[in-house]
Write a protein that binds this ligand. Sequence first.
Ligand SMILES: Nc1nc2c(ncn2[C@@H]2O[C@H](COP(=O)(O)OP(=O)(O)O)[C@@H](O)[C@H]2O)c(=O)[nH]1
Ligand SMILES: [Mg+2]
Length: 241
Amino acid sequence: MSYKQENLKKRVCWKCKNQLNFKHFCGSNKSLSLERAKDLWFNSNLEFFCCKCYIEREGKILHVSELKKVLILGFPNSGKTAITHLLKDRYLEDPESLLPTRGISIQFCLINNGRIAIWDLGGASTYRRRWIERRELIFPESNKVIYVIDIQDSLLFNVTIKYFSEIFNSREICDILGPELKLHVLFHKTDPDIRNSPTINKNVEILTQKINSINIPFKYEISKTSIYSFNPNISDSLLNS
Ligand SMILES: Nc1nc2c(ncn2[C@@H]2O[C@H](COP(=O)(O)OP(=O)(O)O)[C@@H](O)[C@H]2O)c(=O)[nH]1
Ligand SMILES: [Mg+2]
């Protein structure tokens, strides 16, 4: 089996986050062809463990409980996919390499022994319409919705708030989501260097007013986030609370 020349992405152990090695993975799974091994290695829905964590898992130290569902919604380019990566992997290798999301991308991660499915819902207009039309398929059994707004792009405020209210002012969608839903609105791209600038403060004020004027039937929280100041505490509070 030749894997030396392969430019394979690095993976980390799901539990301890130590880096894993494709060569060792092939060595421990000799019955797999190189193609099959690569398919598995690149499949982001699969969990990989290092030997130590795998043995502990076998010993039932790692219990996986229920699967929580988190939806990430918002306009294109607001930062949904970047946030999904940060929530799932805790790091973002190359923010510039993100491509527009086609349809839905579902990523799984494990937090405090609970499995979480993060649904990153494409924000292009055809998709936005589709999520609302197919609400019966998209919204049921969600534990949390994270709605992302690019705080720097004030030209889009009215349209993103319109989409937001199409979801959270819809009796039907709110009934599907249920009264226990946790809604988190992110004023995203509040980068550290502009966090306290007059423009951003003004944008925060405008958006907060717009959101507060919508009759949202859930408890909601507004946070200012940036990929440049994302940390594990923010991930935990977004996924756990
Ligand atoms: N300045 C800044 N750019 C960001 C931030 N988050 C994402 N981006 C950039 O915004 C662009 C769109 O991000 P992406 O996650 O693909 O947006 P999506 O279309 O909502 O999924 C990419 O070029 C990202 O690098 C942030 O916090 N600050
Ligand atoms: Mg995307």
